[in-house]
Design a protein around this ligand. Structure first.
Ligand code: FE2
Length: 208
């Protein structure tokens, strides 16, 4: 069954002025859509055609740094997953700090929210070239990781809680080369802590 481009969870203009409608229209309507289209072309007629996105990612992750056809499938499947996750990692009028159990876990594992934010921004800025910065959980512990290109926590035994896309296509129209400013705006105004908290609760239940 062919994958479909999932709708944005808000209107394209809903994240302005931090991310413009033009950025979201290009990013979702062109870039994300292209990954969905390419993935469908690559899996049609193969034994992956009836698998879920997560199953395809797991089945092809071992080939991700090779020149094999499977690497192309991994890259496109992972980018579909990553973008679905990214849209939900942001919300209109969001940002700031989480509350509840997630806030306590951030204090426990990073020392403070400010230390987490520094870690997240530094990892995002420090990702050379295209990639992603993530808040993840593994074995009950939170950490910040960065991944290159399409790579993602799922392929490393980690559970993603929140992500920011640091490919230039995510921010260039609004911030040009100023990736640090994009990441600062992401945490201050866009980060969907309700989504992260719900991922945190699910991950905690699985680890228990
Ligand atoms: Fe992207």
């Amino acid at each position: 069954m062919a994958f479909k481009l999932t709708a944005l969870p808000y209107a394209p203009e809903a994240l302005a002025p931090h991310l413009s409608a033009r950025t979201l229209e290009f990013h979702h309507g062109k870039h994300h859509a292209a990954y969905v289209k390419k993935l469908n072309e690559l899996i049609v007629g193969t034994n992956l055609a009836d698998k879920s996105l997560e199953q395809i990612i797991h089945a092809t992750a071992g080939a991700r740094d090779t020149a094999k056809e499977q690497a192309k499938i991994f890259n496109n499947a992972a980018q579909v997953w990553n973008h679905d996750f990214y849209w939900h990692s942001m919300a209109p009028g969001a940002g700031g700090q989480p509350g509840g159990a997630l806030a306590r876990a951030i204090d426990r594992d990073f020392g403070s929210f400010e230390k987490f934010a520094t870690c997240f921004n530094q990892a995002g800025v420090g990702q050379f070239g295209s990639g992603w910065v993530w808040l993840v959980m593994r074995g009950g512990k939170l950490s910040v990781v960065k991944t290159g290109n399409a790579d993602l926590p799922l392929a490393h035994g980690q559970t993603a809680l929140l992500t920011a896309d640091v490919w230039e296509h995510a921010y260039y129209l609004d911030y040009q080369n100023r990736r640090p400013d994009y990441l600062t705006a992401f945490l201050a105004h866009l980060a969907n802590w309700q989504f992260a908290a719900s991922n945190f609760e699910t991950a905690k239940d699985k680890a228990a």
